[in-house]
Ligand binder design. Structure first.
Ligand code: PMP
Length: 429
């Protein structure tokens, strides 16, 4: 595989950029080798600076659900670029996107736009504390909610990839109010609720994607909703990854559950930096300028980002790809399981809708502990063979692969061929 130009940029980039990247998940650290540098992308394909073309299953870690440079979206962005880039005053686009978002999530009467998922979640936690007057929060190990201090404990995504229990530089005081529970284990939540009377909220990825894909059981998620309600504790659903991806109305539509506070990001910006948090009126009433909880942003509700988000959501609604995603993911699951069987490899495949990934383990993956039973050396071999055969995957066992509407049958067959070769390589290693 030719990677000379990526190697050259990596070498050069290390001088002024930490590890030559601006987000550690891009560093290819757990799979070894050099991170690829991207030149351009169109539709389902992404091309690196050496001219290698891949079917893109990273999709910028989720936002590019329509694929890259969708023509309707691109036309809209171009139109809005002519009007100016940022004003420090409100625009119509913010109202339109808010309407689209609140219509899709019935638990949200009002929404506040921010610039990232991290910001959405840290604001949601502040809001939960402001509303309840309580301080503690419960999070689940293996879930990732961005890089704010209070949430960098037992986190998934890049921390799982790098086997970090938390982050240096986070003071003990910042995490002393963060309690950890186990995914799919309601007893671990109940124990905290029984012991502490100052819990403001439980935060969860309703379909987890940051320890690889892990689904909640129906009983677990329903009991979590009932239990939080009965205890006067807010349920925050972090749908930064699943919002508009699992279903148009996110995991909440799918599971038939309403969160008290919802966090969004990724797809709602269509590739531009947008995050959001929202809730029913009574809770959002706390946020400045209506209430005493302060949260602000120079570029929040940026007009180009809003235009891109609106065009993306409208196009997504029109295309309604959710049944097709399910079928494609089922096809890929079968392809992986049969290739694994043929090669005598223990494999679990977890998926929902347009999120899927394999774990190289005999153990059913239901939480962070079982996800960590995956043989990451096998993943590494698998990953590079997939790359060599034209499929760009997240360079970590603990990240979801994504589908986009721009993927054709041909793309998916290409992924299947790569899977067959890669599983054989894992067996031969
Ligand atoms: N929450 C979840 C569920 C996420 O998946 C992510 C990012 N992967 C975040 C929050 C943080 O979002 P951002 O990277 O935009 O800050």
């Amino acid at each position: 595989m030719k990677l000379e130009k990526s190697i050259e940029l990596y070498t050069k980039g290390k001088k002024h950029l930490v590890g030559a990247v601006n987000s550690p998940v891009r560093a290819f650290k757990s799979v070894g080798g050099v991170p690829i540098f991207i030149d351009a992308a169109k539709g389902s394909k992404i091309i690196d600076v050496d001219g290698n073309e891949y079917v893109d299953m990273v999709l910028s870690y989720g936002p590019m659900i329509l694929g890259h440079r969708n023509s309707v979206v691109e036309k809209t962005i171009k139109k809005y670029l002519k009007k100016g880039y940022t004003f420090g005053a409100s625009t119509k686009g913010e109202i339109i996107l808010a309407e689209l978002v609140c219509d899709a999530f019935p638990g949200m009467d009002k929404v506040r736009f921010v610039n990232s998922g991290t910001e959405a979640v840290l604001s949601a936690i502040r809001l939960a504390r402001a509303y309840t007057g309580k301080n503690k929060i419960i999070k689940f190990s293996g879930c990732y909610h961005g890089h704010s201090d209070a949430l960098l404990v037992a986190a998934g995504s890049g921390l799982a990839t790098l086997s970090l229990p938390g982050s240096a530089g986070v003071p003990d005081e910042a995490v002393k109010n963060t309690l950890i529970a186990e995914y799919n284990n309601i007893d671990s939540v109940e124990r905290h609720l029984a012991k502490h009377n100052d819990i403001a909220a439980v935060i969860i990825e309703p379909i987890a994607g940051n320890m690889g894909v892990v689904l909640p059981t129906k009983e677990f998620i329903e009991e979590l909703r009932d239990l939080t309600k009965a205890s006067g504790v807010l349920l925050i659903m972090d749908e930064v990854m699943t919002g508009f991806r699992s279903k148009f109305g996110g995991a909440q539509e799918l599971l038939g559950i309403k969160a008290d506070i919802t966090c969004l990001g990724k797809v709602i910006g269509g590739g531009f930096p947008v995050g959001a948090y929202g809730a029913r009126n009574e809770i959002m009433q706390m946020v400045a300028p209506l209430g005493p909880m302060y949260q602000a942003g120079t570029l929040s509700g940026n007009p180009i980002a809003m235009a891109c988000g609106i065009a993306t959501l409208k196009e997504l609604k029109k295309q309604d790809p959710y049944k097709d995603f399910e079928k494609t993911a089922a096809f890929l699951e079968r392809a992986m399981l049969s290739a694994a069987k043929e090669n005598g490899i223990d494999l679990q495949v977890n998926r929902f809708g347009s999120m899927i990934n394999p774990f190289f383990t005999k153990t059913k993956v239901v939480d962070f502990k079982t996800a960590q039973t995956s043989d990451t050396k096998k993943f590494k071999t698998f990953f590079w063979k997939m790359m060599e055969n034209g499929v760009f995957l997240p360079p970590s066992q603990f990240e979801a692969w994504f589908l986009a509407t721009a993927m054709s049958k041909r793309d998916i067959y290409k992924v299947r061929s790569a899977i067959n070769i890669a599983m054989k390589a894992v067996a031969d290693k």
